[in-house]
Design a protein around this ligand. Sequence first.
Ligand code: NAP
Length: 337
Amino acid sequence: MKAYRFDSFDSLDELRLREEADPRPQRGEVLVRVHAVSLNFRDIAMLRGRYPRKCIPGLIPTSDGAGEIVALGEGVEAFKVGDRVMGAFHPRWFGGEMPSTIARDSYGAESDGWLCELKALSQEAVVRLPDALTYEEGCTLPCAGLTAWTALTGPTPIRAGHTVLVQGSGGVSIFALQLARAVGATVIATTSSAGKAVQLRALGAAEVVNYVEDPEWGRRVRVLTAGRGVDRVVEVGGPGTIAQSLRAVALGGEIASIGFLSTENPGIDFFQLKTSGASFRNITVGDRAALLDLNRAVAATGLKPIVDRVFAFDEAREAFSHLERGAHLGKVVIRVS
Ligand SMILES: NC(=O)c1ccc[n+]([C@@H]2O[C@H](COP(=O)([O-])OP(=O)(O)OC[C@H]3O[C@@H](n4cnc5c(N)ncnc54)[C@H](OP(=O)(O)O)[C@@H]3O)[C@@H](O)[C@H]2O)c1
């Protein structure tokens, strides 16, 4: 099979395609012919030394893939040859408390990821793809889709009448916009681009604020909610956006802390955190049970993931560059076979 590996994280030139032996499924494993892989900011963060955990060079990158089962190891009963599946982001987090194995399983950082033609993995580490989705659409669910789902559910699930703030137009934020709209919530979006603002409105954002033109965008969001603030912030900006998020959030609302897109880190004012009256929840994508819940929601609502662009397998480096430039809206996908 063909597989990409990052020989080192010095530059994108270190992403190299190789011919390797085909993997064989062991007992309890399925062999997946990978059809599509989606990229996430983490794939760039690893390359630029910004991923907040150790990254081992030489591994196959990317966490999210979808494909077709082409062979079964001994004792596999959950799937049959021909089934369409996607990987779970956390291959050994099935539900409940996060297992300690989470620190060893990170695709692309600590174990081989999905940017290859064939992948053998445990039958428990894959779930069926929703019937209505193509491989290119389905491969966007395991990280970005599930993270947005986890951010909007949790202890206080977002419902009609709530207001959700999404930041920028990347993969997680666009899923959060779609999922929030699907339950009848109002969405306020931020972006740095006038062109994307039009697209965000077309996708259902009631209001869009330009966070570059208006650095005090948190106050603007509060004004747009008649002073009350939003019920949920889907916080992907991190250290550089948290202060404005605290201005935008309602008393009793929640900041779902997800990302670290911003490069500046001015620190957090404890009293701003305290007086916001909001809760702060750390998100680590989500477990397998939640991925199954997301699949049901996608099937029931007819949600179609927004795919910005699909690259060919031999254009993988261009796909990474495209994501890094940040001109995309939604997901960047690589078609493998
Ligand atoms: N904790 C978790 O479980 C988890 C899971 C998934 C992702 N993440 C993290 O969440 C973040 C988003 O991931 P992603 O894959 O969705 O990213 P992405 O697709 O690469 O998002 C890029 C977009 O984010 C916006 N953006 C960039 N810098 C920003 C800033 N300072 N403030 C507001 N928006 C900004 C830009 O939108 P505009 O062009 O519209 O301005 C940009 O196009 C990343 O930090 C990622 O590592 C964490």
